[in-house]
Design a protein around this ligand. Structure first.
Ligand code: FAD
Length: 228
């Protein structure tokens, strides 16, 4: 949870205005990074977008969440499925050495309405590919395991369409040269809007994957990118 103090009309006191956020920076980083939407008239983000160096925010000390490696059984390939700001937790995991230690192939799909919304993810991926510190931490050529699959649903781009439709008609698998997901080799993490999460979850179950938890690691895990 992060937030800002706000004036409470009723009590005349300052009180915290908090919202859930994914930490986008990797766990080894000394700096915390967040990737935020700007909701017009959003109670928090209409103010948060104006903060600058030296300003203070509130950060709740205890992070929670389901997108963790420990909730998954060992596998060969990990899929990260994101829409919009749902990319944020994967920006962290894509810079986590364990991701590359645990899997031979790491596929990140990111679907947004417009091309501009893909910019942050693209930049994270480009920086991973040339990051010498990461190469030192993870090992030479680690980024050859990383495959990036961005799509848009409204604005024209090289790959148009919802990822679920592109999986259903086989396009994703043909483009990437991989077999459709199966419980033996594939693991997945999902982070998007509620409808997306539910649709993809049902598809993964059809492929034979089961939802995992820390207490019972299985094949995939899901997190909401925001409350609908
Ligand atoms: C588990 C979890 C993790 C989250 N992680 C992030 C994150 O990493 N980055 C981030 O920007 N937000 C994230 N959110 C959403 C965040 O908590 C706030 O909703 C967002 O900061 C907007 O706050 P607000 O007070 O300005 O508007 P709110 O009153 O919170 O939201 C107003 C409306 O805007 C829409 N909305 C809110 N957030 C988003 C979003 N991210 N994408 C698209 N539509 C949205 C929803 O329809 C919502 O009802 C997360 C939410 C949850 C539950």
């Amino acid at each position: 949870m992060i937030g800002l103090m706000q004036h409470d009309e009723k009590t005349g006191r300052e009180k915290p205005l908090l919202r859930a956020y994914s930490i986008a920076s990797p766990s080894w980083d000394e700096e915390l990074e967040f990737y935020s939407i700007k909701v017009p008239d959003g109670p928090l983000t209409s103010r948060l977008q104006h903060i600058g160096p030296g300003d203070q925010i509130i950060l709740r000390p205890k992070p929670v969440g389901t997108l963790v490696h420990d909730a998954l059984l060992p596998g060969k390939r990990i899929w990260f499925f994101a829409t919009g700001t749902g990319f944020a937790p994967f920006a962290s995991l894509l810079r986590d050495p364990q991701t590359y230690e645990d899997y031979d192939e790491v596929i990140i799909t990111h679907t947004c309405r417009e091309v501009g919304e893909l910019a942050y993810g693209r930049e994270v991926i480009e920086n991973i590919r040339k990051d010498e510190l990461l190469e030192e931490l993870i090992g030479e050529g680690f980024h050859e395991k990383l495959r990036y699959y961005p799509t848009t649903t409204r604005e024209q781009s090289p790959k148009m369409g919802r990822i679920t439709d592109l999986m259903r008609d086989g396009t994703v698998f043909a483009d990437l040269g991989v077999e459709p997901l199966c419980a033996e080799t594939d693991r997945a993490m999902i982070c998007g809007n509620l409808a997306f999460n539910l649709e993809l979850k049902a598809m993964l179950e059809e492929y034979g994957l089961e939802e995992g938890a820390n207490s019972n690691p299985r094949h995939y895990v899901v997190e909401k990118a925001f409350l609908d």
